[in-house]
Design a protein around this ligand. Structure first.
Ligand code: ATP
Length: 899
């Protein structure tokens, strides 16, 4: 294969690429795929060692490392602090490894999600169109492109119709470039000037084209630039940002308290190493080392579950925001309805015909009172011809390929005997949801003609005559036609108007300005049944305090009729025309009361989203077209259609619906609420346990002067605290996240969008649970250890160590008492089975099992500063389960009563 460039004519290009207007054969394509490789750009991944190293670049780890440095120095100066040093370093390494693994898992999950979002394109092979993943493209393939498509490889245009391409991603030029097919002169043209070439990664903003692939994957212009680009970073969510900020301020506060505690102990006359130990213990106790990694895991996990329910999250923040959604603005066609159109009623020659469907969609009859023969009804025949001429769909046995509206029109045409052999398409103005029409210029055996189809009022505006029953032009009664269109719409029919005119043969191109003086041909009305699941989903939303709004390009009466069938408030429908020029304050009032918007253009969707947001709503908005991108970006959650949507909409969205179904949005909202619950659970469990340990140490420091026992040793050793913070928090918090969804997630109103996690309820829990966990540990240590210190002198070092070991165990039991109830944010632990979360049972069993390592293995006793204690102490230790369990149960009941 020889090289191709912009200066060659198309014949040369085809010859060099060894292809034809039919495209490649399947065998040839397979052979080329093996030769050239897949059409994709593989990003350079951050190497594993760099990601591991990045784990150490964290304020908490740095504090721990500095601490280890100081304990080493003290050891060298003769203090007995080697075990602390070893354990701190062990912890830092373990923490890094755990973080690394967690992050790897979260990223793996996200990568898997990304591979589900494959770009597809229409490839022409051996003369037929196939929808295939873009990665299978090879040089020489022919592709069909339309507005909204991302150009899948570098291509040379073979046929263009009003083709405009947005190349801003490549050239920075924001005005779309009109493309042509001929050869270009000039040397070394930059991509921006190569007007006959399309570049991978740019978007078709208008028009249609057929193009031949000239380069794929890393051979494309974008591939050559992107070769060096790193993979995209995982975005953090607003909640994670807040949490990180919180942890950062926490660290500063803790360092300050630690420093004060250090000087306080020195002031009391204790040794430097004792004071330092207190400060270190306090710092280590209060920092929730594992929390940030845990948050990423929760959201990634929830992304995976959503994907299983056919909602693909493109950015992690969406998982979190979804849970707070208060309004869902949905398109009608395809999302709330099935997008399976069938023409059931037509209006031609001032008569209304019913259309039946037979055994297949291609069979059926037209009837007035009784079935009629279409050939005897010239106006009807012309109307059906119009539907077939203004059409890019292809029929197949029981359906077809292309836009469902156009498939329905081809089907009704087929029923009426329309065949398309004798026409040649000269030019097309493609359908655009802003202009709401589509037009073609065709050559038929009656000469050159313009045919238009579109929203009835738009088409009527182009006409000054209409066809009578005999198919002869007569004067147009616009009001009568409009009345008929309204009657169709009120019956939930999606209605299109048709018009035509003959032009001279030298009329070679078609422009918007040419569309006047047309003859109105008739109307075709089609049903598009509402999705059964959508009706249920609307009802579920209502119960969940989420309003469903329908925003559609269709006629207001059709919109209202369909909304009514679905249970959406439909007493009034406001049109795009009414929205234009409305001031912001009026719009804000309007969106609170009206739920159906019709005949809207994409820019209205953005205005509606913004008005809702100004009213403090969290807005999820669907979209599928090129022009929907700004609205999708403006909404809190932009939702694109996976099947019918354009690539532009998908790239602008936060979430993609694999099945285009409204009910899937509701499922995703439920998962979003679940994720938020999990985040809350993890935080409301973890941070009070840190507080408890901090209280233990702080209590000991403060009492050191009064109670001789605390002047000798703090309740727990730093190494023990690290053990608790690291292992217990993973073993007991992770299972909380695996907790089954609470049943009533969609029965309560959405959470307030600005509901922080760090609120009054949180502070309450922190204090009460902190005390409920720490006091038993404190008491154990005091009760068993007090005899070991007499008159400020240590008389029994072993007893002291035993008392600490007992407290070390007591804290674990207190945590278990808390966690069995922390499984639900609001429900009592008695309302669910203790065995329904096997993960938690496993976590509890393992945390008890591995606690035996530092306490029961003699070799480890020295390292962890533990000692075996009498069996008779166990009842006291086991009793530590209850204070925290009872406290959290009471707290929940109290919170519930308070509402
Ligand atoms: P939604 O916005 O809910 O998906 P919709 O599909 O009706 O609803 P648009 O696709 O913007 O919205 O269509 C708006 C109007 O344009 C339709 O009501 C119809 O009258 C007309 N229309 C739709 N598709 C075509 C088409 N392929 N050719 C010509 N006119 C069309």
């Amino acid at each position: 294969m020889k090289a191709v460039d912009y200066s060659q004519d198309l014949d040369t290009v085809f010859a060099h690429l060894e292809t034809s207007a039919e495209g490649l054969s399947a065998a040839e394509a397979a052979e080329r795929l093996a030769r050239f490789g897949a059409n994709e750009i593989t990003f350079r991944k951050t190497p594993a060692w760099r990601r591991l190293l990045a784990q150490f670049y964290d304020p908490m780890v740095i504090i721990l490392l500095v601490t280890a440095g100081i304990t080493t120095t003290l050891t060298l100066l003769g203090e007995h602090m080697l075990p602390d040093t070893l354990v701190i370093i062990g912890v830092v390494v373990l923490n890094a490894l755990l973080g690394f693994v967690q992050e790897g898992k979260a990223e793996g999950a996200l990568d898997a999600l990304r591979t589900l979002l494959v770009q597809e394109c229409l490839i022409i092979r051996a003369g037929t169109e196939h929808r295939l993943p873009a990665r299978e493209l090879v040089p020489g393939d022919l592709v069909a492109l339309e507005a909204g498509d991302k150009i899948p490889a570098d291509v040379r245009f073979v046929r263009v119709s009003n083709l405009h391409v947005d190349e801003s991603s490549l050239t920075g030029e924001s005005v779309p470039v009109q493309k042509i097919t001929g050869a270009l002169a000039g040397q070394d043209l930059v991509p921006g000037d190569q007007r006959n070439t399309g570049f991978s990664g740019t978007y078709v903003s208008q028009g249609t084209a057929t193009a031949v692939v000239i380069a794929t994957g890393h051979q494309t212009v974008f591939g050559q630039i992107a070769g060096m680009v790193k993979s995209a970073q995982v975005k953090i969510t607003p909640m994670q940002r807040k949490l990180n900020e919180f942890v950062r301020s926490l660290i500063i506060a803790i360092l300050a308290v630690g420093t004060v505690s250090f000087f306080y102990t020195l002031y009391l006359g204790f040794s430097i190493s004792y004071g330092f130990l207190g400060a270190v213990s306090l710092v280590v106790a209060s920092i929730p080392e594992m929390l940030p990694a845990l948050m990423t895991s929760i959201l990634a996990l929830s992304g995976v579950v959503m994907a299983r329910r056919k909602a693909l999250i493109r950015h992690l923040p969406a998982a979190e925001t979804l849970g707070a959604t208060t309004v869902i603005c949905s398109d009608k066609t395809g999302t709330l309805t099935e997008n399976r159109m069938t023409v059931t009623r037509v209006y031609a020659g001032d008569r209304v015909y019913d259309v039946s469907t037979g055994a297949t969609p291609l069979e059926g009859e037209f009837s007035l009172e009784a079935p009629v023969d279409v050939t005897g009804h010239p106006a009807l025949s012309t109307l059906l011809t119009a539907g077939s001429y203004c059409n890019n769909a292809h029929l197949s046995g029981d359906g077809g390929t292309g836009d469902p509206t156009e498939i329905a029109l081809r089907q009704s045409g087929h029923k009426g005997g329309v065949r398309l052999e004798q026409i040649r398409r000269v030019e097309e103005i493609p359908f655009d949801s802003s202009t709401k029409y589509m037009a073609v210029l065709v050559d038929t055996d009656q000469g050159r003609q313009v045919w238009v189809k579109g929203a009835p009022e738009v088409v009527l505006g182009m006409c000054d005559q209409s066809l009578d029953a005999q198919g002869q032009p007569t004067s147009l009664d616009s009001a009568r036609v409009a009345g008929q269109a309204t009657a169709f719409a009120s019956n939930a029919l999606r209605t299109l108007g048709f018009a035509m005119k003959s032009v001279s043969l030298d009329h070679a191109d078609l422009r918007h300005e040419d569309l006047s003086g047309l003859v109105f041909v008739g109307l075709q009305g089609m049903i598009d049944p509402p999705r059964a699941a959508a009706k249920d989903a609307v009802a579920i939303c209502k119960e969940a305090g989420i309003r469903t709004m329908m925003i559609t390009g269709d006629h207001p009466d059709t919109a209202r009729a369909v909304a009514h069938l679905l249970g959406i408030e439909a007493s009034r429908a406001v049109t795009g025309a009414e929205l234009t020029g409305m001031n912001e304050a009026d719009l804000r009032t309007l969106v609170e009361t009206v739920s159906v918007f019709a005949r809207v253009a994409p820019e209205h969707k953005k205005a509606i989203a913004q008005a809702l947001q100004a009213n403090r709503h969290v807005v999820a908005m669907t979209g599928d077209g090129v022009n929907d991108a700004p609205a999708l970006k403006a909404a809190d959650i932009g939702i694109a259609m996976g099947r019918s949507g354009t690539e532009v909409a998908r790239e602008a969205a936060d979430m993609v619906l694999q099945d285009d179904n409204f009910a899937t949005i509701v499922a995703a909202v439920e998962e979003g609420r679940h994720a938020w619950n999990n985040v809350q659970k993890a935080i409301l469990y973890t941070l009070p346990t840190n507080a408890a340990q901090a209280f233990l140490i702080l209590g000991a420091v403060l009492l050191a002067a009064q109670v001789p026992l605390f002047g000798v040793r703090f309740v727990l050793e730093p190494v023990q605290i690290l053990w608790i913070n690291l292992l217990d928090s993973v073993l007991l918090t992770m299972p909380l996240v695996m907790e089954r969804k609470e049943r009533d997630l969609l029965k309560a109103p959405p959470r307030a969008a600005d509901e922080g996690i760090i609120n009054a309820r949180f502070v309450q829990r922190l204090l009460i649970m902190g005390l409920a966990i720490s006091l038993p540990g404190f008491a154990l240590y005091y009760y068993f250890g007090a005899p070991a210190v007499v008159g400020g002198q240590r008389v029994d070092a072993l007893l002291l160590t035993q008392a600490q070991t007992a407290a070390f165990w007591g804290i674990l039991l207190a945590h278990i008492g808390y966690v069995v109830s922390a499984r639900s944010l609001k429900q009592s632990a008695f309302s669910f089975s203790p065995f329904s979360n096997p993960w938690l049972l496993g976590g509890i069993a393992i945390s008890i099992g591995i606690r035996l390592i530092p306490t029961a293995i003699p070799a480890a006793n020295e390292l962890f500063r533990t000692a075996p204690f009498p069996l008779a102490w166990w009842p006291y230790i086991l009793a530590c389960f209850f204070p925290s369990f009872i406290a959290i149960e009471f707290l929940k009941r109290w919170e519930k009563r308070k509402g």
